[in-house]
Write a protein that binds this ligand. Structure first.
Ligand SMILES: [Cu+2]
Length: 354
């Protein structure tokens, strides 16, 4: 609780840096656009983009094209029931195996393109590898792995407003079930066993994503908020549906220099229960293959940085990092405990390609 107070104090201290209501400090500033060309003014600052773990946080001007590569690592260790840790011995009272550690590596490629000042389109694809260490009830450890392409997301960002110091847009998109839901691996019990829900790579359903983003920029400081809802449509080919996901993020960033910004963020998400179940899974083996152990709420605190690598005026290379730590997590049934996640990203923008 002491940590939480400290983190919140840090977050709001960041907000108190606000000074002037313009993103350009002086008309002589070579990085500053004229007042008639405000639209590029804000986005070209390091904190013109939100923290790197956000999706669809910023729009582009007509004709702009942006490529990005993100690496994300997510780490889990131990298990929780509700928000309390649960020992492997307790898990063995009901299951044969108990999850010990899990790691997920995601390589994400995305493309943003603005056919007009009103609309920015986004396409995202990922390659994901998952690895889980599992205890047997004789206290031996074995490992299962899965890897492959995940679901592809398409998103449209529709401008609500774009002023010198504030911007807002709607996020509307969908995800296409290109990721496998039939990942298998060998286990001490059986070869080529179907892996649990959290080891699969996609949802198996078309998912609709809707939300909105608001962004406010002051002289050396900016803040923003985003909310997204992912709704799963129908059942997948294995007769189950992953839970809908609702999330809200608020972030603040301090512009250290023309090239560097530092940010803090708080993200809350709620993942609903999985509905139905995959009948090829034996739900007594491991809590993670039992569909009742699904759905959670979590609050993460993030710290991050955006850096603009000096390059020509027509294109910009940005480097970003972000680390997130859970402040609170509450799971339904028995699930793994998230420990932290990290994102590293490179973005390359071409201006006025139309
Ligand atoms: Cu972009």
């Amino acid at each position: 609780m002491k940590n939480l107070t400290l983190i919140l104090a840090l977050f709001f201290l960041n907000i108190s840096f606000s000074q002037d209501n313009f993103c350009c400090t002086s008309p002589d500033d070579p990085e500053c656009c004229s007042l008639n060309d405000n639209k590029d003014c804000c986005a070209e600052r390091p904190d013109g983009h939100g923290p790197i773990n956000l999706m669809g946080d910023h729009m582009h001007s007509k004709g702009d094209l942006m490529f990005s590569y993100h690496y994300m690592g997510m780490f889990m260790e131990g298990a929780l029931t509700g928000s309390e840790e649960i020992s492997t011995e307790t898990i063995f009272e009901n299951y044969i195996n108990s999850p010990e550690k899990m790691k997920m590596d995601m390589h994400i490629l995305s493309l943003m393109f603005a056919p007009s000042d009103e609309i920015t389109l986004m396409l995202m694809a990922n390659y994901t590898s998952k690895s889980m260490d599992i205890f047997t009830n004789t206290l031996e450890v074995f490992n299962t792995n899965s890897s492959g392409f995940g679901d592809i997301s398409v998103m449209g960002l529709y401008k609500i407003m774009y002023e010198p110091k504030q911007a807002a847009h709607f996020n509307v998109g969908f995800s296409i079930p290109t990721g496998s839901i039939d990942q298998r691996d060998n286990t001490p019990m059986m070869n080529n066993t179907l892996l649990g829900y959290s080891m699969q790579l996609g949802s198996g359903t078309f998912d609709v994503i809707i939300g909105g983003t608001y962004f406010n920029q002051l002289e050396n400081f900016s803040w923003g908020a985003q909310t997204l809802y992912k709704s799963r449509i129908g059942k997948n080919s294995k007769h189950y549906t992953l839970g809908d996901r609702a999330e809200a993020t608020i972030w603040s960033a301090f512009k250290v220099s023309k090239k560097l910004s530092l940010s803090t963020s708080i993200n809350y998400y709620k993942l609903k229960n999985l509905e139905g179940y995959d009948s090829d899974l034996n739900s007594m083996i491991n809590p993670l293959v039992n569909s009742i152990n699904s759905g959670r709420s979590q609050i993460d605190f993030g710290i991050g940085s955006n850096y603009i690598i000096p390059s020509t005026s027509l294109n910009k290379l940005r480097l970003s990092i972000q680390a997130s730590y859970p402040l609170y997590q509450n799971v339904n049934g028995i699930q793994m405990k998230n420990t932290w996640s990290g994102v590293f990203g490179l973005k390359y923008s071409f201006k006025n390609t139309l």
